[in-house]
Design a protein around this ligand. Structure first.
Ligand SMILES: [Mg+2]
Length: 167
């Protein structure tokens, strides 16, 4: 079970994930978390830099989909006009909508990766679905006790990731 909580790779932000790196790794599609991965909770739409990053992916033939645990109005507003598969209230770590996203894009767990900022939802869902799971640090965490507790619980797994990577 622990292996399913270890990200395939930790990037410093989404901009470190390039079409070139993805093509070399045989990845044709990304299933993206929204909040704190692409933008903060306060950004209703993709920022200019996120929109440019998505354009770069699409230009390179990399498909994107959005699977979020947030509510529908937030996810619908963010994804409006992007022309991609999206699903709100996805219940990650459930794999259900990652699988649905792959079916929609016509990709498989071998050539699809997920990207998110949380181990217990994003990474776990992706690994359970058998795909590569990329972690990025949260852009700006909510300062609630619940979030702080979640981040604390992630720490041992992050230490394990860096230990294995270093060895
Ligand atoms: Mg998130």
């Amino acid at each position: 079970m622990f292996g399913k909580l270890l990200p395939t790779h930790i990037y410093k932000d989404i901009y470190e994930i390039t079409p070139k790196a993805l093509c070399e790794a045989g990845i044709a599609a990304l299933i993206l978390d929204i909040d704190n991965t692409l933008v903060t909770y306060d950004d209703p739409k993709p920022t200019e830099s996120v929109a440019a990053w998505l354009d770069d992916m699409h230009d390179a033939g990399i498909q994107t989909a959005f699977v979020s645990n947030n509510h529908a109005p937030r996810v619908e507003e963010f994804c409006d006009g992007l022309g991609c598969y999206f699903h709100a209230k996805a219940g990650k770590p459930s794999r259900k909508y990652l699988r649905e996203a792959m079916a929609h894009m016509g990709t498989t767990e071998k050539n699809t990766a997920c990207v998110g900022d949380q181990l217990f939802t994003d990474v776990w869902a992706g690994k359970r679905a058998g795909m590569r799971a990329f972690l990025v640090p949260p852009i700006k965490d909510k300062r609630t006790l619940f979030f702080r507790a979640k981040r604390l619980l992630e720490k041992p797994f992050l230490r394990l990731y860096y230990k294995r990577k270093g060895s």
